[in-house]
Design a protein around this ligand. Sequence first.
Ligand code: NAG
Ligand code: NAG
Ligand code: NAG
Ligand code: NAG
Ligand code: NAG
Ligand code: NAG
Length: 488
Amino acid sequence: MQQQIALTSYSALPCYRWGLFSCGDPAHWGRLLFLVMWLNLLTQAESCPAKCVCYSEPRLTVACQQQGLFSIPTDIPVRSQRIFLQSNKLTVVRSTSFSLCHNLTVLWLYSNNISYIEAGAFIGLEKLEELDIGDNSNLRTISPTAFRGLTKLHTLHLHRCGLSELPEGVFRGMFSLQYLYLQDNIILTLHDDTFLDLANLTYLYLHNNKIKIVTNNMFRGLVNLDRLLLHQNHVIYVQPQAFGDLKNLKSLFLFFNNLTVLTGETMSPLVSLQYLRLNGNRWICDCRARTLWEWFKRFKGSSSDLECYLPESLAGEDLKRLKRDSLEGCVEMSQIQTNLFISEPQLGNFLSTESPLEDTIPSCCLGDSDKSSIVSGKSRQITNNPHKEKENMSKTKYKQQERTKNETQNKQNDGPLGTLSNSLDKSLEDLTPEFIDNPESSTASNKKKKKCSKKPKSDTHCIRSQGSNSQMLLFLIIPMTWISLTMS
Ligand SMILES: *[C@@H]1O[C@H](CO)[C@@H](O)[C@H](O)[C@H]1NC(C)=O
Ligand SMILES: *[C@@H]1O[C@H](CO)[C@@H](O)[C@H](O)[C@H]1NC(C)=O
Ligand SMILES: *[C@@H]1O[C@H](CO)[C@@H](O)[C@H](O)[C@H]1NC(C)=O
Ligand SMILES: *[C@@H]1O[C@H](CO)[C@@H](O)[C@H](O)[C@H]1NC(C)=O
Ligand SMILES: *[C@@H]1O[C@H](CO)[C@@H](O)[C@H](O)[C@H]1NC(C)=O
Ligand SMILES: *[C@@H]1O[C@H](CO)[C@@H](O)[C@H](O)[C@H]1NC(C)=O
């Protein structure tokens, strides 16, 4: 009897889905009325938790939002299909809070002050489809097994939770997940294969975090991703295979990041892309941008502008709209350092310790398709690149500038390794040892060294110009610097 009484109090509706009485029976009505009144006085808490409203249509719902609750009611009916607890003052989710609600499909816990979710808090909720824990800014960490077993979940909100990291494997087995909201956290990086099992994921929101590098394996497995929002992060570099699995991606937002270079190779797996936003970065519009420029020639979708930041002569221009021969030169590394990194210590530190600068911003435009940018002082190509399109380098807008006396002196070391250590370019002395010692840098540098060292005399070297109308990297300097430092 107690059970029947409890059930009646769920709803003010005279005919409720999950009550035990049938409608239309006068005796039933009288008894029901009595029971409801009695219940309201005595036992409502046993059925519908205090401060909550319970109703059965469209699904059995317990609605307790905006009630100033400090803890999750302990008497939530086990048959509940939807539980709304948002906008309270909850601080903890216990492993027992919902564990018996096996038919739960929707659980809203957003906009509370939850700082701790016990391990196993969602275990057994095999039918859960939507879980919203967003806007609990004191949460900060999540147990690696917090979402284990949620194989039916299709929507997970974790935005504005103060998360700086996602534990390895936290989304494992969530095969049905379609919408994952992780924006407005302070995520610095994501483990490889964090999303590997999420083959059904269509939206991944990661904007307004602090991600610096988009790594090759970060988005592996996201073969059905439709929308990837990465804007307003600190992305300085996207590794070449990072988008390799994103063959169905239609929208990619990378605006307001710290990108300077993005290669065509990186973008080429995005065969379904329709909407691209890359504005608000600091694009270096020189030979490093060539492959991206070429990718844009093939790209059929719509894109924001890509405002050139360097060289100064092209500042503000849209990279996509430049003429091919605008991208023949190379901005000097020292200038990039000055303009982009030295001003930001955090970023400088990042570059020297976590990733080689060579990786993020090639110091010299010597990619296989860009060797033409190294020319002799007499406009003679030093390297023969079979893939290179014909170019008349003597027409290049980059004119060799008169070298200063000191620079001439520096270049007078004709030996293959030179003795430049005595006369380092000032800007290069500022490079951190970590950067210069980096093995990847050194490999690249050695390659460049070989190319450049073919030049016999000081008057035959990689084009350099620093003038107002042209910027060309002196390719010799960085490899020479590295070599001389390692030898000294
Ligand atoms: C869940 O729903 C099924 C089918 O409607 C029902 O048989 C079962 O008793 C329900 N379980 C709980 C815990 O309410
Ligand atoms: C949220 O919880 C923390 C403790 O976890 C407490 O210090 C803080 O005052 C709470 N904030 C609000 C708005 O209740
Ligand atoms: C995607 O979800 C559907 C149903 O939601 C499921 O049948 C299918 O197995 C899922 N795909 C993968 C790759 O798990
Ligand atoms: C990084 O990007 C942010 C936002 O666009 C910008 O404010 C900041 O100056 C950038 N930092 C560097 C070093 O470019
Ligand atoms: C290259 O440019 C020079 C001077 O502008 C011109 O005389 C020469 O014919 C050009 N060569 C080619 C192959 O276009
Ligand atoms: C050459 O170097 C010396 C000392 O390093 C400096 O005082 C002088 O101004 C330099 N001259 C030029 C033309 O840069």
